[in-house]
Structure formats: structure tokens, C-alpha cells
Design a protein around this ligand. Structure first.
Ligand code: NAI
Length: 330
């Protein structure tokens, strides 16, 4: 029996989380879900969107899965996601991007992995106003953070039989901060026995659109990882598909890449694939390889058949119908 913290989130979060739980439970893996709430809904009661009991639950169980949480844009409280990553030092953001046969997209056979540094860069939250006419955000890049994320990327590549690691940066312009990332990448890469190269982030954006199949594992600082991982989601059918994991030394939080989608919340329309794929990653992390594969195969069959798809994928099925279809194949 595994104890897993479940943060359903808000918007479409509760719907997709419930769908995920139903699919995971259909494999008969024994999980005790410790459900805890975070986000705007708990602020009145606890004075914060991220109450201490949420952090305590994750620290205790060491593993969590979460739905999206709405973050006010340009004002209001700090992102719960960013706070969780920083508080628990979840320094890796891992986003595998893989095509499914049957999901309409301009590309086929994409299979790449974005490894994003998750704790610093422009997301360190070091920013301030300069009078009423300027704002300054500090881009913090440190050598230890570069080392551990690049080490992780190469270890992941080795463990998963990947062929190449590409470091993404903008060291031609930000010679000190991104320069440190690039130099560290090259140093760490030397003795790994895996092919590597590096690429400037703007060129990476263009190449990923023209020739995405050329890339395998890509490692990069926080901001570039955030942007390119959404770009990559677009290569394989959109945000409703892609999973993600935030991984630290001994704690991991699995989550969908998409947001709380307020435009379709509460309508039984959301595509739960992203959080289901995040659960597949979680099962693999727990060593439940067989159960993970069962769900992956069921998803593949549903997509390949293409008869029961949610609206974002051109179908007309509800979240519930889609989940029932997956369970048929388990
Ligand atoms: P979003 O990802 O929520 O929505 C963008 C578009 O994609 C919308 O049209 C939405 O309907 C669609 N979409 C997203 N997920 C879908 C799914 N599973 N199935 C079907 N369609 C889906 O991004 P948006 O609108 O920029 O952000 C909304 C809120 O979510 C914001 O407050 C943002 O800060 C927050 N957010 C939270 C994240 C998290 O908790 N991990 C990640 C990204 C955004």
C-alpha cells in the first residue's frame, strides 16, 4: 500500500484528478490517497493558498500528484506550484513528450524529453519595483543548480536508453548567467559516454517546429524549459496530453502541464490524459512498471481506435466517457 498525497487543485483539477484516480484504481494497485486542498479556495480559512498541512502531507508521504491550481496573473498570491517546488527543493521538472497514434498533429513519432531546472533563473521570484516606472527581476543561475540538473539529465538519458542530450541556453547574450549554465553543461557532459550538443534557445524553438524528431533529451534553465515544454506539447496534440514531474532528492510531485482551464471547468469536458500520464510516471517512480504499462497501453488503444475522444482532440466524448473507455482496455 502506497500513501500518496493528492492535491485535486481547482478549475478542471478536481474533474481530471477524479478521472485519474478511477483509472489508477482500475489496475488494482493499492494506493491510499491523502487528499489535501490548496489554492484560492483555502485562503479565507488558512490565510495562505498553500497551508502547512499540505507541505507536511507531502513531506510525510514523499510522493504527491496534483491537479492544476489557478494563479492570479500580474497580481495576488505567489504561484502555489512555484512555492512547492522551492520549498521542497524539487529541482527537476521532467516532461516527456511523446506522440500517440490517433491523436491528430502535424508530426508523428515524436519522442523527446524536456528536463527543466525548477528552482531558480527568473522564477526565483527575486523582483522589485524601481519607483513607479520600472520593475526588475533577477535571473539567478548558480553552479550547484546547473550541475545537479545536468547530472540528472544524463542519468535519465542513461537509465532510459536515450542517445543524446542537448543543452539549451542563451549564452551568446547572457554570457555570465547562461554562460555558467553552458560551461557547467559541457563540463558535466564530458565523461558520460552519451552524445551531447548545445543550442541557443531561439534556434531551439525554430528547430523544434521544423525537425522535432532530431531531439532526444533536452536540458535547460527554468524559463526556457517552461516555454519550450508548452511548445513541445503543441507538437503532439496540446496541453491536455503532456505529463510532468517535479523531482527532488527524495520527494516527487507529479502533475499535468496544463492550467486550470476556467473556460471549460465543471462541464465534464476536460481531457484527463495529462494527469493520467503523470500517474503513469508516478507508478514508474514507485517501481510499479507493469501497472504503468497497462495504463499506457490502454491509452494508446483508445487513441488509436479514435472513437471516444474529448473535444480538445476533435471528439465529442465527456471526461467520464473517455475514462470508461480507458478502463475497458485495462
Ligand atoms: P490553461 O492550460 O488552463 O488553458 C489553456 C487552454 O487549453 C484553454 O482553452 C483550456 O480550455 C485548454 N485546456 C487546458 N487543459 C485542458 C485539458 N486538460 N483538456 C481540455 N482542454 C484543456 O492555461 P491558462 O488559461 O493560461 O491558465 C489558467 C490558470 O491556470 C491560470 O491561473 C494559470 O496560472 C494556471 N496554471 C496552473 C498550472 C498548474 O497548476 N500546474 C499550469 C499552468 C497554468
Amino acid at each position: 500500500m502506497y500513501d500518496v498525497t493528492l492535491i485535486p487543485g481547482d478549475g478542471i483539477g478536481p474533474e481530471v484528478s477524479q478521472a485519474m484516480v478511477k483509472v489508477v484504481e482500475a489496475t488494482a494497485v493499492e494506493i491510499n490517497w491523502e487528499v489535501v486542498e490548496a489554492g484560492a479556495a483555502v485562503i479565507d480559512e488558512y490565510g495562505t493558498p498553500l497551508p502547512e498541512y499540505v507541505i507536511d502531507s507531502i513531506k510525510k508521504n514523499k510522493i504527491a500528484i496534483k491537479g492544476p491550481i489557478t494563479t492570479p496573473v500580474g497580481k495576488g498570491f505567489k504561484s502555489v506550484n512555484v512555492t512547492l517546488r522551492q520549498t521542497l527543493d524539487l529541482y527537476v521538472n521532467l516532461r516527456p513528450v511523446k506522440s500517440f497514434k490517433g491523436i491528430k498533429s502535424r508530426y508523428e513519432d515524436i519522442d523527446l524529453v524536456i528536463v527543466r531546472e525548477n528552482t531558480e533563473d527568473l522564477y526565483a521570484g527575486i523582483e522589485h519595483k524601481i519607483g513607479n516606472f520600472a520593475g526588475e527581476s533577477i535571473k539567478l543561475i548558480t553552479k550547484p543548480a546547473c550541475e545537479r540538473i545536468v547530472e540528472f539529465a544524463f542519468k535519465y538519458a542513461k537509465d532510459n536508453n536515450r542517445k543524446k542530450v542537448t543543452g539549451v541556453h542563451k549564452a551568446n547574450i547572457m554570457k555570465i548567467s547562461d554562460g555558467l549554465f553552458l560551461n557547467t553543461f559541457r563540463e558535466v557532459a564530458q565523461d558520460k559516454g552519451i552524445a551531447f550538443d548545445d543550442l541557443i534557445v531561439d534556434a531551439a524553438a525554430m528547430n523544434l517546429v521544423i525537425n522535432p524528431e532530431k531531439y532526444d533529451v533536452m536540458v535547460m534553465p527554468n524559463l526556457y524549459g517552461d516555454i519550450l515544454s508548452d511548445l513541445c506539447a503543441g507538437l503532439v496534440g496540446g496541453l491536455g496530453i503532456i505529463p510532468g514531474a517535479n523531482i527532488g532528492k527524495d520527494v516527487a510531485i507529479f502533475e499535468a502541464v496544463h492550467g486550470s482551464a476556467p473556460d471549460i471547468a465543471g462541464q465534464n469536458k476536460a481531457n484527463p490524459t495529462a494527469i493520467i500520464q503523470s500517474a503513469i510516471m508516478m507508478l514508474r517512480y514507485l517501481g510499479e512498471q507493469e501497472k504503468a504499462l497497462q495504463i499506457e497501453n490502454a491509452l494508446s488503444q483508445v487513441f488509436e481506435k479514435g472513437e471516444v475522444l474529448t473535444q480538445d482532440l476533435g471528439g465529442s466524448a465527456t471526461t467520464t466517457q473517455f475514462v470508461d473507455e480507458i478502463i475497458k482496455y485495462l
